[in-house]
Design a protein around this ligand. Sequence first.
Ligand code: NAP
Length: 249
Amino acid sequence: MAGLLANKTCVVTGGSRGIGRAVVELFAREGGYVYYLSRSPAEDAEAMIAAAAQAGGAIEHKVCDVGEEAEVDAAIEHIIKARGGIDVLVNNAGITRDGLVFRMSLEDWEAVMKTNLTSAFLVSRATARNMIKRRSGSIINVSSVVGIMGNGGQTNYSASKAGLIGFTKSLAREVASRGVRVNALAPGFIDTSMTEKISDEMKEKLKVGIPLGRTGGPEDVASAALFLASDMAAYITGEVLKIDGGMGM
Ligand code: NAP
């Protein structure tokens, strides 16, 4: 099977919908054997798996709350045993619990940190040992432009995404000599279930601040993830790539 990820074992957290799903589907079309970890499978999981098989790749779902250490360790151990190793990891799972800081509960702060930032630590820790041993691997952390620019009403979310950037650069330095690359993606406004609650009026206002004049689609992020996952990015590590139509420049 030809393709940029032919015979590569890939793990994507939160691949049941939105950006993660687009990554899962694209990686499978490029010949990857892709596991996605989420609390529930995609709504049309069977059709998604069948389409991947037809395209020459493979998709499997594993139930996993990526904020829970025991669940993460069990899922990654299972995948390594089944496939012999992991070549690509995309830490994509994420949530929002927006609110002004003086009204934000500790629970909302901690829930966002756990799902968005602690999860990347847990899944990377479970995976990196195997990548180091095999002297190869690519880890991609899905951050956000608000982790760079900040955003009122999203102190918890933007702190978690800024944290992911520090995590990316530090881990990149730790594992570079062992042939493992670590990069981050910083999407801008992408149309998914995470952003569908935003009113049309607010979206029109937001578009004014996007030089390319449109919001992004999950596939815009997936193609950047494919580039960083593949050998085309063999000399790139510790990088933060914005996919935001120019919003954050
Ligand atoms: P989405 O449509 O809401 O999808 C979120 C995914 O994360 C789902 O597959 C969900 O699956 C999974 N997830 C959530 N909590 C989880 C947990 N505890 N354990 C395992 N999986 C979990 O969101 P999206 O817009 O695609 O966002 C994907 C990533 O991109 C997030 O990190 C987000 O912060 C980032 N991002 C998004 C935008 C945007 O504009 N959409 C912009 C910048 C960055 P289950 O619910 O089944 O677990």
